[in-house]
Design a protein around this ligand. Sequence first.
Ligand SMILES: *Cc1c(COP(=O)(O)O)cnc(C)c1O
Length: 395
Amino acid sequence: MIAVGTRIEATPDALAAVEAELKEQTGAPAVAWCGRGATALYWAYRLAAGIGEPNPAPEVILPAISCTTASAALVAGLTPRFADVERSSGLLSLRSVQDRWSARTKAVVFVHLYGQTADLLPLAALCRERGAILIEDAAQATGARLPGGDCVGSVGDLTVHSFSRTKILDCGGGALVLRAPDLAERFQTDVSEYSLPGEVHPETRQALERSRHDIYRGLLALLRLDAGATVSEPWLNLHGAFDPLFLRPMTNPDALRRAWDRLPGILERRCRNASIYEQKLSGGPWELLGGWRESGACWRYSLLVDFPADLVAFSEAVRGDGFHVSNLYWPESQLFRPDDVAPNAERLARRIVNLWVDDTVDESTVEACADSLRTHAARFASGGPWDRRSEPRSD
Ligand SMILES: *Cc1c(COP(=O)(O)O)cnc(C)c1O
């Protein structure tokens, strides 16, 4: 199926082969194509809200380190709750999911953060036992492998893909893979439930996107300086204004078809760049996230620095040498629901450095960037030896 304008239609020929491949990889009976990952999330949440006993305030459990998942939940009328993440990977913590569970829980989202994967069977079993659905968010992990070798999306009831700018395939678009037969059936019978509102004018969209981005960046800068600042009320109050951004029909089946054919080469190139980073950065004042090796997908190469107090200055210094680095991940709980405290997510947010491995960089850029990181780190971490082990553990 495909969302075109405000209608949902049969899958066009251009996407037939891609759809067949996704179905074969995951055992899914249906795929729904849309204009971005957030729209696929929205559909997944609408399906989740409809399962089990009617519930006036359905909840979805999300990892505290994520992107877009909470905003899309609000658009779909679900209340986001936030579980903590694993300290070393930033991936959803099963134990924390159990702590956040309530009678209102309708779904859990596992985000394959930065392309990393994990054994999802225990989480899938928990969801099944308690009558909630498991959503895999593979927006940063298209083409990734789960630890047993199966494809990403082959455990969750539903899986979200994004092909937006900056993602592994960046031609534009999104997809919801419907693996649970009952949900696939429901989507296809109640098609009118899942049709999208009309598109906003491109200039309005751009202005709204800029506004949301600026507000988000501003709030994050404030939280970085003052962890006690209460920003969730204004952020939640403003949210409805941005709803139209999240619901987009698909406009480019042909471009997606062409991009899909290039996926193996794209993944290989990303992993090659990641392995250069790994070689050049090993032994420095940081922890390197290595999950891309097992999954075969590296969205951004990521490390957690040992000098959190200087993270911003460090990144600025590396940017000054001409390299892209970002530190935009922040516990979404602090923006949407501060009571869902997530210490590991907070620790990660104050240390994370994300580095580019896509086709904007070649091997020599990666090497030069790694040198820049090492040079500036030597300045900021001059207290050494790196005192990672003596830090109080919160997990
Ligand atoms: C980018 C992203 C999304 C949303 O995808 P869009 O295509 O930008 O709507 C959802 N989840 C995660 C983890 C993402 O990184």
